[in-house]
Write a protein that binds this ligand. Sequence first.
Ligand code: TGC
Ligand code: FAD
Length: 407
Amino acid sequence: MNSSTADIEKDLFISNKVDHFGGHDYYKIDDLLDEEHKMARDAVRDWVKKEVSPIIEGYAQAAKCPVHLFKGLANVGAFGPTIPSEYGGGGMDEISYGLIMQELERGDSGIRSMASVQGSLVMYPIYKFGSEEQRRKYLPGLGSGDLIGCFGLTEPDHGSNPSGMLTKMVEDGDDVILNGSKMWITNSPLADIAVVWAKDEKGIIKGIIVEKGMPGFSAPEIKGKWSLRASITGELVFENVRVPKANILPNIQGLKGPLSCLSKARYGIAWGAIGAALDCYDSALRYSIEREQFGRPIGGFQLTQKKLAEMITEITKAQLLAWRLGTLANKGEASPAQISMAKRNNVNMAIEIAREARQIHGGMGITSEYSIMRHIMNLESVITYEGTHDIHLLITGMDITGINAFQ
Ligand code: TGC
Ligand code: FAD
């Protein structure tokens, strides 16, 4: 910890509680993992216990982003786990990527968000759609955490329907002039670069890399969030920002570009949500055995057992869904609609488990002694961003009926 981190933390609630989490694997899904998967998961689990669990409640309560964790996230390979290592990524497979997101979100959804945005929404589009020059310029710094990136798709009036976006780029010699604004952008006030999606003169959506400090570009913070309080969120405002044409991602056009990035990130969230659910279940199980009422542990009452049994059943189903999705993704066969189903199911599973876990903790469940309330509040964002619960339902509906409910 450097002195400025110590300065920030002196006024925060820093928990002395030891994080005892050891995982829950009711169906022996570990047998389906290889050594590399387990090593990636265990390394991130250890890092979360040491670096995240003791401080996260304090940062969340104070609505401060633990910016110092960017470097640690890079060191545990959380940025772009599936991107080749020569481009700053981890060179791992999709299941390792998923397990890393699971462990991060067990710590906090906002910490997982930092990694999702940096890896799947900034590094991935530059790797997938960028020129070799763009890859070499930005990816190593993003992978090492020396650069922070953000992803600008959502606008004030275009959230679920990004195809209606108004942000525009107009050619001017070797540059384009960018005008418009983006809303709800994770990490934007901190970001050195923003991958921004905007329409050209013909109305074609393109991705462009905008750098901090370009005249006319600002990224004010959005304050007053009750959710993802340890993650910083802001706007992106473009007022006649001159950006070199060389910053346009050359290998993609159309909404398919940002939506492919979303597929990558939604996949990670499908795993991440399991982490939040595991943390709530773990806490509820421990509490139900320690806490006594009417002369016996509350875990001895049938109603508590029903809650806990249903929790582990739903977690197990979500783990199997994520694992199978991972095996499909490793073969390049996970469809966007399959990813939507897993994101929707697993986030909803997590939020329901968090609410039940809160009940089991009684009054203690609303305090920062336990992570439950923070997970509940965080998951209210997770169930909305990267496509809302209902949008994912309609994606499944479209896939199975062949009829598009959005048009
Ligand atoms: P539609 O006509 O269906 O599709 C346009 C083109 O895109 C293709 N496509 C996809 N490709 C890859 N992955 C996906 N998930 C894809 N979904 C669609 C599609 O095949 C088509 O290709 P082509 O070749 O025919 O042009 O587009 P639409 O305008 O009807 O939109 C459909 C809809 C509503 C499903 C889509 O707009 C949508 O998903 N809306 C939700 C918006 C959303 O998720 N925004 C997220 C913003 S980023 C964020 O929240 C980050 S939070 C980060 C954090 O902190 O972790
Ligand atoms: P709206 O689209 O206005 O939706 C409002 C309600 O209407 C929802 O319940 C929705 O399901 C429903 N609805 C909309 N259309 C339909 C329909 N056709 N049928 C039925 N119901 C419908 N975006 C980025 O680009 N980058 C980021 O980094 C980013 N980070 C975020 C971080 C946080 C903390 C949050 C909260 C959001 C973030 N977002 C980001 C934006 C996020 O993706 C959007 O909030 C989300 O896509 C929903 O858009 P909206 O908020 O405009 O809601």
